[in-house]
Design a protein around this ligand. Structure first.
Ligand code: FAD
Length: 292
């Protein structure tokens, strides 16, 4: 265990102050809710370093719908996301995922920005964000830039983010009419569990039950969250029959590379991925009346 008594904490109230300090003080590390970082600092997973506490930068805590885009400030907690009418209306997949993040205590402290930057392949917000083609607004001394969530991750915990930059906002263009989707998660217990496998399936169906667009994202089965093009290819253009759903579910194994770890073996993760994708497709097919 690492003692943190001598860690200096710089506390700021505005984004401008945060960016000034990040540029001028070497080695500062951002802390938001602290639910990942404090554990990692204490256990020595992250080397001891001084902290920039942004948790009271209220201008980064919001959910808005403007110009056809759902905008979620990086400091918005999972409880706020879960309770947001705007998220439920425009990105219900994300609201479903938010409700599974740890306990109520973790939902009240943990932020979406922290979940994204911590970059765990098992992070629950990420499969919905991949399925929704979300974009990140990143701010730094050189101004702001926008990165697609898929492009933000360059490998296991390798990010397109400089030390003097912050993730400021998550942007989602609601997929629109005819899209139906769900998040899924398998943990080793019912509550407060990190995913052994998680994922999101989002489909656009024609009134006849033909899949016009398919987005299948999986977590905890590769160094980063992944989409499954193999599964999506099986789905697009086909009627959502039980046979097509099985083929699409089985195809996910082409796009994942799970490992053995404390939560499960690679083989178990492959089985879970296939079964959960099938169950989620089936759930969508039933809800939309494609199967009885
Ligand atoms: C008991 C427990 C249960 C948990 N259960 C789950 C779970 O079920 N699902 C799940 O996905 N996670 C879970 N977590 C992990 C954690 O709660 C989430 O990842 C949470 O969203 C992290 O947010 P935070 O604000 O606490 O991040 P912090 O710990 O403050 O920061 C995490 C990382 O992100 C960086 N950072 C934070 N905000 C920004 C920003 N805006 N810009 C740039 N860098 C930033 C920090 O420097 C740090 O590297 C759990 C954690 C605990 C302790």
């Amino acid at each position: 265990m690492q003692h943190l008594a001598d860690v200096e904490v710089y506390s700021v109230r505005t984004l401008r102050e945060a960016l000034e300090l990040l540029s001028s003080v070497k080695g500062l590390r951002v802390i938001a809710g602290g639910t990942d970082l404090i554990v990692q600092l204490k256990t020595g997973v992250v080397p001891k370093t001084n902290l920039l506490d942004v948790s009271r930068v209220d201008e980064l805590r919001y959910v808005r719908f403007e110009d056809g885009i759902l905008r979620i400030g990086a400091l918005t907690t999972f409880m706020e996301i879960y309770r947001s009418e705007l998220v439920r209306r425009h990105a219900p997949l994300l609201a479903e995922a938010a409700f599974t993040v740890g306990s109520f205590q973790i939902m009240n402290k943990g932020t979406i920005g922290g979940n994204i930057v911590n970059a765990s392949p098992a992070a629950d917000s990420l499969p919905p964000l991949y399925a929704l083609n979300a974009e990140l607004k990143i701010v730094g001394p050189r101004g702001e830039r926008f990165v697609r969530i898929q492009d933000f991750y360059k490998g296991y915990k390798k990010l397109d983010l400089m030390a003097d930059e912050l993730v400021a906002e998550v942007r989602i263009r609601p997929p629109g009419e005819g899209y139906v989707g769900h998040f899924f998660k398998h943990g080793l217990r019912r509550g407060d569990a990190i995913a052994v496998v998680n994922g999101a399936v989002l489909l656009r169906l024609s009134p006849e039950g033909i899949v016009r667009d398919a987005r299948v994202a999986l977590g905890a089965v590769a160094p980063t969250v992944v989409r499954s093009p193999s599964s999506e290819r099986v789905l697009v253009g086909s009627r959502l029959s039980p046979e097509v759903m099985w083929r699409a579910a089985e195809a996910v194994v082409n796009d994942i590379s799970p490992i053995d770890d404390v939560r499960g073996s690679a083989a178990y993760r492959r089985e879970l991925s296939v079964n959960y994708v099938f169950m989620t497709l089936y759930r969508i097919a039933r809800e939309t009346g494609v199967v009885a």
